[in-house]
Each structure stands twice: as structure tokens, then as C-alpha cells.
Design a protein around this ligand. Structure first.
Ligand SMILES: [Zn+2]
Length: 323
């Protein structure tokens, strides 16, 4: 599932609420996925009675037509992986797909082994203005905000917006902290169960009246929709507190001071945009590239115009100077 694009591109409406990875259309060619997302991928790639899915384990070397291929955890959505290729001549290529670089990634033996010849890099936020707070800080903020609103109005519905996959840790944390189940629709329930992630699976419930925590498509998290949605819940809730967890909501003015985030309120509906990113910040990209020391970097996102490509190459040259 290391594919470029999707949520890597600037904010845009999603045609079909698929994943933020921008899954390709049904294909007749075999597709490789990590085992943790193979159930999900099968739904999308199954064609008639034939199944072309070939689940691969993380951190396991596979030799495919003479090329040694290894998948590494991408710290993105479930099943996302970096793909490391070692060619028969010893050259190494790394395709990050969508990823959030972290220090612990640098401990991977394959990345410690030596230089990478060619790096395909997820450059979604390759701009110094993107300095995200750690995911844990955003989660703590979301949980404490939810608690605060529930104290004020116990009949508050908490909504978390998400693409078909991704952001699970945000609503899982709320569910754990408030000790409430997670309601979402049948199609997302099927996807979430397919991860085989016990902590999450046991918390999912099929009844929208049984839980004050609902997960809805990110695109539907706006005042108008949420007001209508509230109206369908038979007075069970009197207000909505919604979160849009995405790096695109990051503002330089707020920076890492989450308390400065201003929610947008309209009547009974309050919406918080929180900078929970499943892509690397600028600093994380810099650290990663300086560690991997590739001979060449090919950006995979925001490459639509020459100015943007040149700017990114200038950053890469700066980071790799003298290496
Ligand atoms: Zn993605």
C-alpha cells in the first residue's frame, strides 16, 4: 500500500470516500499489500472469483524477479509500508509511499546498512512552515477537549472525521479515555474489523444510539451536515463536538500550541481542525533524508509545477551537502 498521492495532494474533495492513499481502480494485475491491510485490499482488488492479492509480511525479504524487496512500517495508516528494493547489482532504492518519518525508523537495519541510491520521498509537507506537534500531543488535546465539552453538556455527540482508513488512533484514544464504544457505518466497520486489530475491533458498535462517539467521513464534517446528522438521532444528543484531524489544518500562528486552536461554532455544532498528521513534517523529512543520505531524491507529492520541484530539490541539496 505504499502508493504516492491521495492525501498527499493539497486538500481536495474525495470522489469516492476510499482511502487517503488514493487506491488505484480495480486492476487485473497482481497487487502486493502488507498482511495487516490485505483484508481491506481484497475488497478492492477482487475481480470475479479470482483474487490477485499477495499479502507480504513486514521486515521480510522477498526475491521477486531477481530483486530483493522488503516492506518497512510506514507509520501512516494501517498496512502502509515503505518499500526497499535491492537490485542484483547491489543498488538500493527506497520508495516511502505515504509515511510519517520518525527517529525509530532510523533504527531499521536495512536503513542502517549504507546509503540509498535512489529515494522516492513523500513530500506532502515539504515546506518549512509545516512544524507539526507530535501525534501524542494532538491526541491528548482531543481527549481533554472532549472531556471538557461532555462535562459542560453530557448529551454531546463527539464526531471524528476520517477517510476510509487512517486516524484510527485518534478515535481509539477517545474511546479508551471516555470508556465508550465507537459507532461507525457498516462499510467502515467491515474495513476496521479486517485489520485484525483487537483493541479497535472490540470497541466498534453497530448502534448509533449506544455511543456518544461517532466516526464519519471527513468530507461530511461541516456545520450543515452535522446539524442534519444530529437531527437524525432522535434527541439522544443536544450538541456536536467534531474533530477534523489532518495536517492541512495546521496553522503557523498556532504552531505547536494546541490550546490556541480556535474552534468554529455554529449553533449546537462546534468543529475543531486539529493538526494530526500521518505524513512527515518538514523537520522530520529533513532528519530522514540526512540519515538515509540518498544519492538522488525524487519527490512524489506537489510535483505538478517546476517551481515547486526546484524548491524541493534545493532543500534536498542543502540537507545532503557534504554527505
Ligand atoms: Zn495516505
Amino acid at each position: 500500500m505504499a502508493t504516492a498521492g491521495g492525501d498527499g495532494d493539497p486538500p481536495q474533495p474525495f470522489p469516492a470516500e476510499l482511502d487517503d492513499n488514493g487506491f488505484p481502480a480495480l486492476s487485473s494485475s497482481p497487487a502486493a499489500t502488507t498482511t495487516s491491510s490485505s483484508g481491506f485490499a481484497e475488497d478492492f482488488y477482487r475481480s470475479g472469483t479470482d483474487c490477485y492479492i499477495c499479502p507480504l509480511e513486514l521486515d521480510t525479504e522477498y526475491v521477486i524477479e531477481g530483486v530483493t524487496v522488503t516492506l518497512l512500517e510506514a507509520n501512516h495508516c494501517p498496512g502502509a509500508a515503505l518499500i526497499h528494493f535491492r537490485l542484483s547489482d547491489g543498488k538500493t532504492y527506497l520508495h516511502t509511499g505515504d509515511f510519517r518519518a520518525s527517529r525509530s525508523m532510523q533504527l531499521h537495519p536495512l536503513l542502517q546498512r549504507g546509503r540509498i541510491n535512489l529515494l522516492y520521498l513523500d513530500t506532502t509537507y515539504c515546506n518549512p512552515k509545516y512544524k507539526f506537534p507530535p501525534q501524542e500531543d494532538v491526541i491528548d488535546f482531543v481527549v481533554s477537549t472532549a472531556r471538557r465539552y461532555l462535562k459542560k453538556q453530557p448529551k454531546t455527540l463527539i464526531v471524528v472525521g476520517a477517510y476510509s482508513i487512517g486516524k484510527e488512533n485518534v478515535y481509539l484514544a477517545i474511546s479508551q479515555a471516555l470508556e465508550v464504544p465507537i459507532y461507525t457505518d457498516a462499510s467502515r466497520r467491515r474495513i476496521l474489523h479486517s485489520f485484525g486489530w483487537t483493541d479497535l475491533s472490540k470497541r466498534i458498535c453497530p448502534c448509533n444510539q449506544s455511543s456518544p462517539l461517532h466516526v464519519l467521513p471527513l468530507g461530511s464534517v461541516n456545520h450543515e451536515n452535522l446539524k442534519k446528522y444530529l437531527g437524525t438521532l432522535n434527541q439522544r444528543f443536544l450538541a456536536v463536538l467534531a474533530f477534523r484531524p489532518t495536517g492541512w489544518t495546521f496553522s503557523e500562528a498556532t504552531g505547536k500550541q494546541l490550546d490556541l486552536i480556535k474552534p468554529r461554532s455554529n449553533g449546537s455544532v462546534t468543529i475543531y481542525g486539529v493538526p494530526y498528521s500521518e505524513h512527515s513534517s518538514f523537520t522530520e523529512l529533513k532528519d530522514f533524508v540526512m540519515f538515509v543520505r540518498p544519492l538522488k531524491v525524487i519527490p512524489t507529492v506537489n510535483v505538478g509545477n517546476a517551481a515547486s520541484r526546484d524548491k524541493m530539490q534545493a532543500y534536498f541539496r542543502e540537507w545532503l551537502k557534504g554527505s
